[in-house]
Design a protein around this ligand. Sequence first.
Ligand SMILES: O=C(O)CCC(=O)C(=O)O
Length: 337
Amino acid sequence: MASSKTPRPQMNDDWRRWIAENLMLGNHPAGLAQILLKSGIADGKAEIEAALRSPYLQGARRLHNRLAKRDWVLEIPSKLSRLGDTSVQRRHRLSGEDFLQQHYRSNTPVILTGMLDDCPARTRWSLDYFKQAYGERMVEVQYGRSADPDYEKNSIAHKRDMRFGDYVDMVRDSGHTNDFYMTANNDSRNRAALHELWQDVPTLPEYLQPQPGNTGFFWFGPAGTVTPFHHDLTNNFMAQIVGRKKVRMIAPWEVANVYNQRHCFSEVDGRQIDLERFPAMAKVNVIDCVLEPGEILFLPVGWWHFVEGLDISITVSATNFRWDNDYYSNYPADHDF
Ligand SMILES: O=C(O)CCC(=O)C(=O)O
C-alpha cells in the first residue's frame, strides 16, 4: 500500500539556482535561509554558506558588479534627460542633413510633418478602394489575439490566410478590437500579394535609400489594435496614412527598469502600467504622443514603444535609411535576459 505521507522537500539544483539568483540580486542570506526553512528544507543555511564560498558564485558576482557599473552609466542620460522637455518634437519638412544631425545621430525621436502631403496613398486608400481593387487577393493576418496574452511573442501561431476583401469587411464591422491585425509579421506574404500598393507610397529620398523591389511593412487594422512594448533592432520610420495611433515611448537607457526578460519584449502592459507588479517602472519617463494621418514618426533603434490604434488605421513603416542601420549583427545571440 502506498504511503499517504508527502515526501520531505530536498535541496536540489532548482533550489541551488534560486539561491544563486537571489544572492546575486542582493537578498540577505538570513532571509533566504528562513524561506528555505519554511519550505521544509532543513539544510538551507549550510547550502547558502557553501554558495557564498563557491568560486563559481564569486566569478558571477564579478559579472554582477560589472553590470551594476553599466546600469550606473545608463542612469546618467536618464537623469540628464529629465532636466528638459522630453516630449516628441514635430518638425516640418526637415532636411535629410538636419534629420541626420539632430535626430538619427543622437538617437532622438521626432515627428516629421509635411512629408506625406502629396502621397497618393493618402487620397486613394480606403476600405472601399481596397475591397474593390484587391478584394480577391489572398493575404495573411494575425488572428485570434484576444485569447492569448502573449500574442506578439506567439505571432507565428496567429497567422491566418484570408481574402483581402473579407479582412476589409472585418475591419469595417468589428468596432474596437485587438483580435486581428495585419502587421509586419505578415509581410513576407503580403508584400507580394498587395505589391501595387507600394507605388502609392513616397520613396522619401532625403532619408531613405532607393531599394530594388519594396522593403516596407504594411500595418492595417481596426481601432483597438495593440502592439505591446518592445524595441526594434533598427531605426524605423512609421508613416501614418489613415487614422490615428497612440504611441508610448521609453528611452533605451531605461532597459534595467522595463522588465525585459525575453528578446526585445517588455513584460509591462502599456495600456495600464501596474506599479505594484513592476515597481521599477515608477522611475521611468514614459513619453506619449498621438501620430496623426500624414505624419511620420522616427522611432530610433532601441527605443521601447507601445502602439494603440485609436481609429481604423493604416501605417507603412520603413528601415532602409541612407545611413548605417545595422544594429542586429552584434545583438546578443541568447535572448534570455
Ligand atoms: O503600428 C503598430 O501597431 C506597431 C508598429 C511597430 O511597433 C513597429 O513598426 O516597430
